[in-house]
Design a protein around this ligand. Structure first.
Ligand code: RRO
Length: 321
């Protein structure tokens, strides 16, 4: 009987099931690099009819604020070519409700749970972080210093490196949880902001939040959003997001989570190739609520086909020149 050729090779073919998808983002170890992006998967529980939350590398909840907020005037969503404008305005029931009602239902369901926070001041960010420190079920905090849709704005936090460093440092003192700082693309020098967040003690950077944009119906003269200007997301922003991940990876020694227009495993692999350690998927949920487990499976298949045993081997493989 002859031995089949595959069995004779020193390195048997990689199968999708055998690919090791685990990644490290500073102190966080994820079973796979595919996370939900804040705001697009509700508080996590809303996704349960579609997929088991433990299938995501991490679930990131919609931004929590200190006090309840009603959100912005309608319309809050407007579709554009290959994109989505939003002006949601952080509607949520506040941190007390999150801790007392949501967290007990959510704890233990995701393999890694990241709580996204937004304060109205540096001190309030630290207060929120302290409130969540040591709560069972929370694995990390994501600081939303980049929401484009707050009156008066929380964007100024993300635009000033000095403020970013002070903000992250104050949160660092308030919690032992890993900190991810979510950056805005609406800045001139993204690497300078990332460097400041790292100097303040962030464990990782996630980027990008949405790009400022607007739409208008010329026949009626009405803007697409109730607040006129909002945040653009979806495939239209992917090249901008890739460029910003590239700039941070090249210039700052900090783990990066890439966000922006990912709809399939090829998109996710583009971010990993540029140097992101993980990705978040947002807008694609609205077209395809099961996008996260689909991308996880797609990564297995594509990496196996490329002969990669570990997704980590793909990270930062960009070839320039
Ligand atoms: O709620 C929102 O309007 C919102 C937030 Br918090 C954010 O971070 N990014 C965005 O595009 N919308």
């Amino acid at each position: 009987m002859t031995t089949p050729p595959a069995a004779r090779t020193a390195h048997p073919a990689v199968t999708p099931e055998s690919v090791d998808l685990s990644v490290e983002i500073g102190p966080l170890r994820l079973a796979n690099p595919v996370m939900t992006a804040s705001g697009t998967a509700g508080l996590g529980l809303e996704m349960e009819p579609f997929w088991d939350l433990s299938l995501a590398g991490a679930v990131v909840v919609k931004t929590i604020t200190k006090l309840p907020r009603r959100g912005n005037p309608m319309p809050r969503l407007a579709e554009t070519a290959s994109g989505l404008l939003n002006s949601i305005g952080l509607p949520n029931k506040g941190i007390d409700h999150f801790v007392d009602v949501v967290l007990p239902k959510l704890a233990g369901k995701a393999s890694c749970l990241v709580v996204n926070l937004a304060g109205g001041s540096v001190a309030e960010f630290a207060e929120l972080a302290a409130r969540l420190d040591g709560r069972p079920g929370i694995d990390a905090l994501e600081l939303n210093i980049s929401c484009p849709n707050v009156e008066g704005g929380n964007l100024p936090f993300a635009r000033d490196p000095t403020v970013v460093e002070r903000l992250v440092a104050q949160v660092r003192r308030a919690t032992t949880l890993p900190i991810v700082t979510k950056l805005s693309p609406n800045v001139d020098d993204i690497a300078a902001v990332a460097r400041a967040a790292r100097a303040g003690g962030t464990d990782a950077i996630s980027l990008i939040n949405t790009l400022l944009g607007m739409s208008v119906d010329w026949r009626t003269g009405r803007p697409g959003l109730g607040t006129v200007v909002g945040g653009l997301s979806g495939p239209a922003v992917k090249p901008v997001a890739l460029r910003m991940v590239y700039e941070v990876v090249r210039n700052v020694d900090v783990p990066v989570i890439g966000i922006g227009g990912i709809v399939d495993a090829d998109d996710a692999l583009e971010f990993l190739t540029v140097g992101a350690s993980a990705v978040q998927i947002g807008t694609a949920h609205y077209r395809s609520p099961d996008v996260v487990p689909r991308v996880v499976e797609g990564l297995r298949e594509r990496l196996a086909a490329a002969g990669r045993r570990r997704v980590a081997e793909q990270i930062g493989t960009l070839r320039v020149g």
